[in-house]
Design a protein around this ligand. Sequence first.
Ligand code: HEC
Ligand code: HEC
Ligand code: HEC
Ligand code: HEC
Length: 446
Amino acid sequence: MHQSSQNRKTFKTVVGLLLTLLIGCSALPDQTETRSGEVLIIYSGNALGELKPCGCDKEEDQGGIERRMGYLKQVNAQESNTLLVDLGDNFKESTRQGKLKAQTMMKALERMNYDAITLGDKDLLYGNGFLKDLPNIPWVAANLQLEGFALPPSRTKVLANGLRVLVIAVADPDLFYASSDSNMKLNDPMTALQQEIDAARKNEPPDLVVLLTHMPREKGIAFLDLSGVDIVINGHIEKDSDRIDMAPVQKTGKIFVQPGPLGQKMGELRVHINPDGEKTFQQRMVRLGSKAPMDPEMTQLYDAYNGEVEKLFMATLAAKRKQKQNRIFATDQTCLTCHAKEHGVWSKTGHSRAYAALREVNKSFDPECLTCHTTGFGKPGGFISEIDTPKLKNVQCEVCHGPRLEHAQNPQGGFAKEALAACGKCHVKKHSPKFDFGQYWPRIRH
Ligand code: HEC
Ligand code: HEC
Ligand code: HEC
Ligand code: HEC
């Protein structure tokens, strides 16, 4: 492979030289030269349906579609030779809310005008039909075959500066068979890739070949060795808490990069191609933090999603109200009658205002937030809604001490220690990355 391209280059050079000798210096047709120039590749991925960060922690308050679009508009105002790609795993869970998120995410990506988006194993959660109904997404996948839905194996973008960029995508079959049962077939990635590269070279050879891989990091890096591939961008995430190594790996004239988790940062890879066809790279991650501009169009899209979540919440209330639930929680007001000292301490902590924090961001109907900001949401006898169970708002005593109606009626001890194990249910990495029992407990000790 490498050999034949090498030969053709040499051949072109020889022909070029002869032509120069024959007809003088300036009359060389363009395509016999290697084009030089610059391209800015912007890459994202691993979003897992994260439309907007929850805001539980300031440091983790990064990413979201509003900031992503704000960032992209800024870049587009300054750069004319860009390639925008996404590495997949945009969806997360096969719930109705998960599907709402997936739909919103795809609408967002559509408006962001991506050049190529490949599919991760998570993106098959709602089946082929769901993907087929998204006609404006620039899918690319060379070794993935979905029943009833043909995916383009590659895409070519010709930039304003004339550079031809070929984008191909391959996925790791092992990942897909492990996590999906939709109607699909995966071929060997290497064979599919080779075919695409060969086909492209037969037509008009690209100036840059960008390979999108969806696989574990090490497997993606291995594709750097393949002749004809200049850049490998790899994505894949299992769960929210995954740490992803965003450090690039360079080999002569080639580079491997990965987007981070949850769409928190955007990858920027600036590629410079000199007249000899030699490539050099500059890479950086751009944090979409609280100072990043919020795009109003995306805010609208997010608000529409929020509205749908509220409707879904209201629709489930009727069923929950019908279920007669036994009372098991006494509520903090009952504990207060005998534990005034502890109650006094608690009422000065954030735990006693956790529900208000949701109201402030218009999220008091989102089950994904209520689980940690109320008492017993989703459990029998626990919080249902502000109207149904006004006394179970906030992170109350019984979140940590367990349902204690019986204890309140007939006080007996022996369960205090159990509360020590409660913190980890809510103070998880994504929502409380700085949590350390030794530092947090003194702030709420009672
Ligand atoms: C897994 C549990 C969990 C979930 C789910 C969760 N939160 Fe939180 N939230 C926390 C914890 C824990 C803190 C406190 C973090 C800290 O101080 O370390 C917090 C803090 C916050 C704060 C800051 C409160 C303040 O007064 O500073 C806001 C706002 C918030 N969450 C909103 C949300 C929203 C909106 C959602 C849903 C999209 C959500 N949370 C989902 C656990 C959770
Ligand atoms: C965030 C979790 C959490 C919340 C909320 C909480 N507690 Fe506790 N509580 C603990 C832990 C942890 C301990 C200490 C256990 C130990 O070290 O033995 C404790 C200890 C206690 C003790 C025993 C104190 C002692 O001196 O032995 C009482 C009584 C108590 N809590 C009552 C309450 C009451 C009443 C509320 C609500 C007003 C409340 N707690 C809210 C976690 C919590
Ligand atoms: C009617 C009074 C009364 C009410 C109401 C009451 N408690 Fe107690 N609580 C006690 C007494 C008395 C003890 C000490 C029992 C013992 O040591 O045998 C105690 C002990 C505890 C302890 C320490 C347990 C231990 O292992 O030493 C915790 C924690 C606690 N209560 C939490 C609560 C919570 C949470 C509520 C509200 C759901 C509550 N209590 C409501 C009277 C009450
Ligand atoms: C049901 C979920 C939940 C559990 C369990 C929980 N927390 Fe929290 N915690 C929260 C939420 C939500 C907040 C943010 C509340 C706010 O400020 O609005 C928070 C905030 C805090 C804060 C900062 C608020 C302040 O007033 O300083 C501390 C400290 C804290 N938690 C300690 C603990 C410790 C220690 C435990 C275990 C003993 C624990 N939490 C268990 C949900 C929980």
